[in-house]
Each structure stands twice: as structure tokens, then as C-alpha cells.
Design a protein around this ligand. Structure first.
Ligand code: SAM
Ligand code: SF4
Length: 337
């Protein structure tokens, strides 16, 4: 094994993993306040000049695609739909050569209005976060009465031809832990693909508790009370979701067991925060400041080299179960979920 990062080519780390999937946070702000993500009062948001401009984002994505072998670009946040320049950013990234696949993770509010323009700009796929179908629970969970807007966003995404439309759900004990079968029924009926994610220690309030987390095993047990789940013959690759065929298929459901069955050994991700920091992992405790380099006049080769060095230092795993585990100082909404 070599002991130093390569000076050219792809984003490889010392364990041989190659990062081809780039997550870009477009903003740390959000129009919801999901209890597992941020406090009711919000967070101290990044100031305007700290955020990368649209041009800076496109330049860094171009470096990743042209020089570092990135083939997938996912925009996230915070809530990416509230970034004014989103459609233009998607269009500019879709014009890159080679063209990466482009996706979006969103809470869906406003997606009904924006989906056609995003599709035309080159967006390929979308993941909409939805944890409950009950309006009261939705308001309790997100602290905003916006369930109808999210449902409209899902329908608008499908109508605009974004495919597949995936739903991301997080189950919380005592809140919506009984809702897995209802969410799957809804997804199957609308031809959306459901993925249920174990809650991770990434909330700004540090309220996560391993002992009360709803585990993948519990999620599967709950789904099996209503559905027959059989292993999906499709290759999993670096995908975080373990998938099952629902009642023989073709519908599928995914469970992302980030905590109880970590998939760090197959991780192919690299992350760029809204203020231009490269992170090798959601749980990384260090960042590499590409914004400072970029604003200091670094050329594309220099930026690519810094990115490679940052990824070379990626740790083997997130270590949530280690006694020495430290939750990252930035919450998920600031890193980009
Ligand atoms: N606002 C967008 C949304 O909600 O989809 C994008 C950002 S959000 C941080 C990305 C995803 O992270 C969402 O699906 C959300 O449910 C999930 N998420 C947030 N906090 C989480 C946590 N502590 N554990 C697991 N997933 C979490
Ligand atoms: Fe906003 Fe997404 Fe966090 Fe919910 S999970 S508060 S929608 S960033």
C-alpha cells in the first residue's frame, strides 16, 4: 500500500476506496425544523460571504468531475430548494463533460413548482424526506404544518419525469415508529421508492440515544407484519440501502442501517459543505478549506490536489459504537445530509 496520496487521478483513500459520489450542501438554512436535525429556534446560519457563490460551487464541482473522477453529484443542505440559484447550478453541472448524474435530497416544499425547471435543467432524480403521513405528527416532527406541501412536491416530481422518486424516512421511538408499513403502502401505491434510515447522532442538540434508536431489525420486523419481503437480487454495490422486493416485486424497499450495519468499507462519498469545506465523511472531525484556497487564487490543479489529500485521510469507519466516538461539531444540516 502506498503511504501518500496520489498526485493525479481519482479520489482514493489509504484503504483503497474511491470516491465517485459527491454530496454538495447548497445552504445550511431550512424551512422546517425536524426534531432529529435542528432545534426549534434554528441554528446560527452561515453569513452570506461565507457561502460559496453559485460560480464557486460550479467550479469546484467541475474540478471534481473533470479531474477527480466524480460521476454522481447530489445537491442537499439544509434545504436546497431555498437556494435561489439552484436551477442555474444544476444546468451548469449538467453541461459538464463528462456529464455526471445529478440528484437532489429535499424536504419537497416547493418541488411541485420547481420540478419542471429542474428537470429541464438536467436534474435526474430526487429523494424527498417524509417521515409520517399523519398531519399532526408531521407538525410535531418538523415543527411546521406543511405535510400537504410535501405531498404536492412528491407528485410534482413524478409528473415532471424525475425518476425514480425516492422517499427517505427516519423513524423515531414514540413518535412515528409504527408508521413503516403505512409509508411503504403509500410508496408502493404511488410508485415511489421508500428507504428507511436509522437515526444517526448528527442532530445539533446532541439528543441522539443509541438505546432508543429504532433499529433496522425493528424496521424490517414491522414491515413484515404487512408485507412479504424477499432479498433483492440486484447488486448492492456502494449503495447504502439494503433492499428487499415487496410482495415478490417489482416494488422495492430499502433500509439504511448506518448505525447497526455500517457500510463504511464500501463508502464512495466525498462531501462539500455550503462554505466550501471538503469532508471525507459525515462523521469526520476535520475539514479541508477549499474556499480559502479558491479565493486565494488557487488553480484547478491545486484545488484537485487539496481534495485528494483530504480524501486520503478518510478514516476506516464512523466509529459510532466506539467508546471514543465524538459527534462532529457541525450538525447534519450544515454538513449536507
Ligand atoms: N432538507 C433536506 C431533506 O430533509 O431531505 C436535505 C437535508 S437533510 C439533512 C438530508 C436527510 O438527512 C433527510 O432525509 C433527513 O431525514 C436526514 N436526516 C437528518 N438528520 C438525521 C439524523 N440525525 N439521522 C438520520 N437521518 C437524518
Ligand atoms: Fe430541514 Fe432536512 Fe433538517 Fe428537516 S432534515 S430540518 S428538512 S435540513
Amino acid at each position: 500500500m502506498s503511504v501518500a496520496p496520489r498526485t493525479d487521478g481519482v479520489l482514493v483513500d489509504r484503504y483503497g476506496r474511491v470516491a465517485r459520489d459527491l454530496r454538495v450542501s447548497l445552504t445550511d438554512k431550512c424551512n422546517l425544523r425536524c426534531t432529529y436535525c435542528m432545534p426549534a429556534e434554528g441554528l446560527p446560519w452561515l453569513a452570506g460571504p461565507e457561502l460559496l457563490s453559485d460560480e464557486e460551487i460550479v467550479r469546484l464541482v467541475r474540478v471534481a468531475v473533470e479531474r477527480l473522477g466524480v460521476t454522481e453529484v447530489r445537491f442537499t443542505g439544509g434545504e436546497p430548494l431555498i437556494r435561489p440559484g439552484l436551477v442555474g447550478i444544476v444546468a451548469a453541472v449538467a453541461a459538464l463533460d463528462p456529464r455526471p448524474r445529478i440528484s437532489l435530497t429535499t424536504n419537497g416544499i416547493g418541488l411541485d413548482r420547481l420540478a419542471p425547471a429542474l428537470r429541464t435543467a438536467g436534474l435526474d432524480r430526487v429523494n424527498v424526506s417524509l417521515d409520517t403521513l399523519d398531519p399532526g405528527r408531521f407538525t410535531q416532527l418538523t415543527r411546521r404544518p406543511r405535510l400537504d406541501a410535501v405531498l404536492a412536491g412528491l407528485a410534482g416530481a413524478a409528473a415532471a419525469g424525475l425518476s425514480p422518486v425516492k422517499i427517505n424516512s427516519v423513524l423515531m421511538r414514540g413518535v412515528n415508529e409504527d408508521e413503516a408499513p403505512a409509508l411503504l403502502r403509500f410508496a408502493v401505491e404511488h410508485d415511489y421508492q421508500l428507504r428507511i434510515i436509522e437515526q444517526m447522532p448528527l442532530d445539533a442538540q446532541h439528543g441522539w440515544d443509541r438505546s432508543t434508536m429504532v433499529t433496522a431489525d425493528e424496521i424490517l420486523t414491522s414491515l413484515r407484519t404487512r408485507f412479504d419481503l424477499s432479498p433483492d437480487p440486484a447488486e448492492r454495490g456502494a449503495a447504502p440501502a439494503e433492499t428487499w422486493l415487496v410482495d415478490g416485486g417489482p416494488a422495492r424497499v430499502g433500509v439504511i442501517a448506518s448505525v447497526t450495519r455500517p457500510f463504511c468499507g464500501d463508502c464512495d462519498r466525498t462531501r462539500l459543505t455550503a462554505d466550501g469545506q471538503v469532508r471525507a465523511c459525515l462523521f469526520a472531525t476535520d475539514e479541508s478549506d477549499l474556499r480559502a484556497a479558491l479565493r486565494g487564487g488557487a488553480d484547478d490543479d491545486d484545488l484537485a490536489g487539496r481534495w485528494r489529500t483530504a480524501m486520503w485521510g478518510k478514516r476506516a469507519g464512523h466509529g459510532i459504537d466506539d467508546p471514543t466516538f465524538l459527534q462532529p461539531t457541525r450538525p447534519m444540516s450544515a454538513i449536507g445530509g
